[in-house]
Design a protein around this ligand. Structure first.
Ligand code: UDP
Ligand code: MG
Length: 317
């Protein structure tokens, strides 16, 4: 019999959890020949999420949960879930019912019968999303695919089911800064994409704002590419080249016509442009260095406060 662990990251989801739980129960009951566990990860919710999870776990032994000591973010929650998982197939699904559980049986079938290693949902439209955000995210995918060695599908979602070997490969990547979209594609394997409608959240609020998305995009680029550093190298070289030519021109001109005082505007321009390049390059370097700093510290990605799973498997950070 096949076994499936479904990871569900939850952050302040008390409004939608009861509906999610009853929906997923129905899906799970229809999966004959498959033993399913629901691994809820409570990512430091400040509402009644944990109490709900405890009550589900008390009535249903298929329900497991880990609860973090504070909010560590969805990346950390997914990582904790994968570390806890032991099943042959491991899935990740949001708690807000934007990822429709109906896809789960189809995804499993693709893995079991069609010999795919990953079955993942891919957004087909951007309904219910602002124009600005859609535009920016299209730009982001274009850029990251051009400058990094991870080939990220536009619209790829975290909603997926993977074979054990894929999860093990993902867990073998020891980095602290985890950009899952990139990691999932970087490890490779055969993926079947399932077109998936963007539906509205069933209840509760999204945790994303424009700025959070922007910093997520920067994270993705910095984590999977060193091209920005090369860009600042190229800009720097170019402006030094222009500077040298200009200096030579001034030298020759002074020899021929003698020195005169004007030139104030051109100096200011040069100072501004070069100063700008220097600061920009320092900023880009800083982004990389701050990540190296976090990696070197080797802090755990999350801290577990409470769980109903045996501790030895997932405590390793
Ligand atoms: N989530 C989480 N930690 C966070 C933010 C979100 O575990 O810090 C969970 C959240 O509970 C949900 C999923 O990640 O199950 C997706 O979050 P959300 O619906 O806010 O994102 P969106 O669907 O808008 O991208
Ligand atoms: Mg959502």
């Amino acid at each position: 019999m096949a076994s499936l662990d479904l990871i569900i990251p939850c952050y302040n989801e008390e409004e939608v959890l009861p509906l999610f739980y009853s929906t997923i129960q129905k899906t799970v009951q229809n999966l004959v020949n498959c033993q399913v566990r629901l691994l809820f990860v409570n990512d430091g919710s400040r509402d009644g999420t944990l109490r709900l999870l405890q009550s589900y776990a008390a009535e249903n032994e298929q329900v497991k949960y880990i609860s973090f000591s504070r909010n560590f973010g969805k990346e950390a929650a997914m990582l904790a879930g994968m570390r806890m998982s032991s099943a042959e197939y491991v899935g990740i699904i949001d708690a807000d019912l934007q990822h429709s559980p109906d896809l789960i049986p189809k995804m499993l079938k693709a893995l079991i019968e069609e010999d795919y290693d990953i079955a993942a949902a891919k957004r087909v439209d951007r309904k219910g999303e602002g124009k600005v955000i859609s535009g920016f995210s299209a730009l982001f995918y274009k850029m990251i695919n051009r400058i990094s060695d991870a080939n990220i599908e536009d619209g790829a979602q975290d909603f997926r089911i993977m074979k054990r070997k894929v999860v093990d490969a993902v867990l073998d990547m020891p980095e602290y800064n985890r950009f899952s979209k990139g990691i999932f594609s970087w490890v490779g394997f055969r993926t079947k994409w399932f077109p998936h409608e963007n539906s509205k959240r069933a209840a509760g609020k999204t945790k994303w704002s424009f700025w959070k998305l922007l910093s997520y995009a920067v994270d993705g680029i910095i984590n999977f590419s060193t091209v920005p550093m090369k860009v600042s190298f190229i800009c720097g070289s170019f402006s030094s080249f222009v500077g040298i030519i200009y200096a030579a021109y001034i030298f020759v001109r002074t020899l021929i016509y003698g020195s005169d005082v004007p030139g104030y505007p051109s100096i200011i321009c040069a100072v501004l442009v070069i100063g700008g390049f220097i600061l920009l390059s320092l900023g880009i370097l800083g982004e990389y260095i701050s990540r190296i700093y976090m990696e070197v510290k080797q802090r755990p990605n999350y801290i577990i406060d409470e769980t109903n799973i045996l501790p030895e498997k997932h405590q390793k950070n």
